[in-house]
Design a protein around this ligand. Structure first.
Ligand code: TMP
Ligand code: ASP
Length: 237
């Protein structure tokens, strides 16, 4: 499969056309952004780490029956993926309060939530990815029906329960994460984008050390070392 024209460039990845109209090549970039790209950086090797981590997690989820866009990994930074039409909703799933949830609702950072919280955010950088309720999603026609929203919530919770126990065995707390879904040509909803320390929060189970993009967001340093540690724990269990 060869890389054709650039179809789309996001903050963490580039998507290229291929000779097969139903397949794309996804390239993981070394760039890091935070706070709607007001803060920018670059960590050599970050793209390769995220590509490996995301591949492992997508295989784990596939094994548990979650359908994803991943076809195969091509090399250190490239995946072959099914072309999907992305649903412009960022599905955020939270187990522990931190980040924007603590800020918006005044819940103390680190509070274990009484149940898994699923939130929707509008995937629109110019609007700053605002929080959406179900009626906003329907009013903006981001999905076809209420049952699609229920399906997104169900998938978010299912992915959470698979990953939460997987990481607990590896001495990491899965604090929260963001996932994106797309529809394939038959209209099936597939997990798309990536799952990596750019899109999840991982805290060490014993020390609460942050091993995710908060190291960059909060200027804590050692971003790459933290991502390497996450990959190591995924592989060397
Ligand atoms: P938040 O606390 O900033 O709302 O983030 C919740 C989770 O979603 C966290 O794991 C980081 C992830 N996330 C993204 O992957 N992309 C984004 O643009 C935002 C705002 C959050
Ligand atoms: N990914 C978002 C950005 O690049 C925000 C974040 O993850 O903190 O602006």
């Amino acid at each position: 499969m060869t890389k054709g024209a650039l179809l789309y460039e996001g903050k963490g990845k580039k998507l290229f056309l291929t000779e097969d109209e139903h397949l794309l090549i996804s390239e993981f970039k070394d760039d890091l952004t935070a706070f709607n790209a007001e803060k920018r950086g670059n960590e050599a090797g970050k793209g390769a780490l995220n590509c490996k981590i995301s591949t492992q997690l997508f295989h784990l989820l596939e094994k548990h029956g979650i359908k994803t866009h991943l076809v195969k990994t091509l090399d250190d930074t490239h995946q072959l993926v099914k072309k999907v039409s992305i649903i412009p909703i960022e599905v955020v799933v939270r187990n522990i309060a931190t980040g924007s949830l603590s800020k918006r609702l005044g819940i103390k950072d680190g509070t274990v939530l009484p149940f898994t919280l699923v939130e929707f955010y509008y995937k629109d950088d110019t609007l700053g990815d605002p929080l959406l309720n179900d009626e906003h999603c329907l009013m903006l026609s981001l999905v076809k029906s209420e049952s699609d929203l229920e399906e997104l919530k169900r998938l978010g919770r299912e992915i959470n329960s698979i990953m939460k126990s997987f990481f607990a065995e590896r001495k990491l707390k899965l604090v929260d994460f963001k996932v994106e879904f797309g529809a394939d040509k038959e209209g099936n909803i597939l997990l798309a984008d990536e799952i990596s320390p750019d899109s999840c929060r991982f805290w060490d189970i014993d020390t609460n050390e942050k091993l995710d993009k908060d190291r960059f967001r909060q200027g804590l340093g050692d971003v790459k070392i933290a991502y390497e540690e996450v990959l190591k724990r995924i592989l060397n269990h």
